[in-house]
Design a protein around this ligand. Structure first.
Ligand code: ATP
Ligand code: MN
Length: 466
């Protein structure tokens, strides 16, 4: 790859053995300190959490230029790479030439040397990338995205792009955002006085997708193993530290996998991502561990090493009923587990990640494979420490008649799902899949407690500023 102006990244300079050589580095000033004669600038270019120290012999430089070098300004520095006598670094650059690309007036630059709260940094999301914390988080996020594609590619899965605009609202995973070009103050009406979506862009009602699963299933029933990794949208008004209105979801779908194969894949996949992050982002994770969550690294290693517990929903309900804990939501066979219940199972009872299966059919989606007891379906949720549910999945119902009956029972408009049903009519196969919320996983690996701090520009109720 061609490198512009022989620029060397900080990450490479810090391990360089080219002592005495001329180097060219570019980045943003984190701090500047020193006396009247000599200055030390900590420069960062985002390639690593660490800064490179620039040593400046002030009398050799124009005073006006030196004044412009303040926290937040952007510089290009040419100089000699030297062994550093100071603490905390092996090498430093003795500046020969400094070019100031952009100044940052210290009186108005919103990032000061002192630490800022994560809440404050959310209000300046356009600049928060320049902090150690967000540099680390977004490098780790990248590393994890790469690991996910690598895992699936290495295991013979095809990356399938499912639509973001969907014409079906039958997925039932949550409230949707409507996509429409109609004049919302004066929309065309049908003779019954309803909005006439026939006249809308697609000639029907459309929304932003809540999941790529149904379309991924169509792919799996020909390509065998596929996965999606794309944006998903939920207009749910939940202001929690675990919910976004726009988030990224990874959804593998596999022909010929039963629920046990599905669990094996989920466990192996999650461990792979965590291991990959531990091996490839050690500096960033160590920083986050020391800064926010002293048990982070231990927790990550724990997940990689321990076999996940597998239990069914009914057993989990028995455990929760006997629990010596006060829950806000009641525990009763038939109701959905809340995060507090899930965390109790993982953190207090089993003391490991847990995969729960065989949930009551009433609390899960129509497409899950029905068990012979008539009450439960072959669902699986993976529960993690601190977060609760991180994956939701199931073996899918492959029987045409059973699937159709369930769709009718739930009064889901059958004609909207004609294409989905046809895959069960022509060459159906047992198959399974699951959905992993990418930000939940990034939360787990970085230890950040609020999901708004693991996506560059969070979309939450009443918040779409950047
Ligand atoms: P929850 O009960 O936590 O709201 P869910 O049951 O609605 O989750 P699914 O529909 O099964 O979740 O979605 C699959 C995965 O997507 C979840 O396991 C979770 O990791 C993630 N997820 C779901 N909703 C959100 C959201 N609003 N923001 C971020 N991630 C989400
Ligand atoms: Mn939800």
């Amino acid at each position: 790859m061609k490198k512009e102006n022989n620029r060397i990244k900080v990450k490479d300079l810090l391990v360089s053995e080219n002592l005495g050589k001329e180097v060219h580095v570019k980045g943003w000033v984190r701090t500047k300190r020193g006396s009247r004669k000599i200055g030390f600038i900590a420069l960062n270019d985002g390639s690593t959490i660490h800064n490179i120290q620039i040593v400046v012999d002030f009398p050799e430089f124009d005073e006006q230029t030196i004044k412009l070098i303040t926290t937040g300004s952007c510089l290009g520095v040419k100089g000699t790479l030297m062994k550093s006598e100071g603490h905390g670094q092996n090498v430093e650059i003795h500046a020969g030439q400094i070019e100031v690309y952009g100044t940052a007036d210290p009186d108005s630059y919103p990032l000061q040397k002192k630490g800022h709260t994560l809440e404050y940094l959310r209000e300046i999301a356009h600049l928060r990338f320049r902090t150690n914390t967000f540099g680390a988080v977004f490098r780790v996020r990248h590393t994890m995205a790469y690991a996910i594609h690598k895992y699936f590619n290495d295991n013979g899965f095809y990356y399938l792009h499912t639509p973001i605009i969907t014409g079906s609202d039958a997925e039932g995973a949550g409230e949707m955002f409507r996509v429409s070009v109609l004049d919302h103050l004066d929309p065309p009406k049908t003779s019954e006085g309803k909005v006439d979506y026939e006249k809308d862009f697609f000639g029907k009602e459309t929304n932003l997708t809540v999941s790529g699963q149904l379309e991924a299933e169509l792919g799996a029933l020909a390509l065998s193993e596929v996965y999606t990794f794309g944006p998903t949208f939920r207009a749910e008004n939940s202001n929690t530290p675990r919910h976004l209105a726009e988030f990224w979801m990874i959804e593998p779908e596999m022909a010929f996998y039963d629920i046990n194969d599905n669990m094996d894949l989920a466990e192996d996949f999650l461990k792979y991502i965590v291991r990959y992050a531990l091996e490839n982002s050690p500096d960033d994770l160590e920083f986050l561990n020391n800064m926010y969550d002293k048990e982070l690294l231990e927790r990550l290693k724990f997940v990689v090493e321990k076999e996940f517990v597998r239990a069914d929903y009914t057993e989990a309900i028995e455990v929760l009923k006997k629990a010596d804990a006060k829950f806000e939501f009641p525990v009763k066979w038939g109701s959905d587990l809340q995060a507090e219940h899930e965390r109790y199972l993982v953190e207090k009872h089993y003391k490991r990640p847990v995969i729960l299966t065989d949930y009551p059919k009433e609390i899960k989606a129509f497409y899950m494979k029905q068990n012979t007891d008539g009450k439960t379906i072959r669902a699986m949720d993976v529960l993690f420490p601190r977060l609760g549910e991180i994956i939701g999945g199931s073996q899918r119902e492959e029987d045409y008649d059973k699937l159709k009956r369930r769709i009718n029972e739930l009064k889901i408009p059958e004609k909207e799902l004609w294409w989905y049903l046809e895959t069960r009519k022509f060459g159906t196969a047992p198959h399974s899949g699951f959905g992993l919320g990418f930000e939940r996983m990034v939360q787990f690996v970085t230890g950040m407690s609020n999901i708004r701090d693991v996506i560059p520009f969070p979309r939450t109720p009443r918040n779409a500023e950047f």
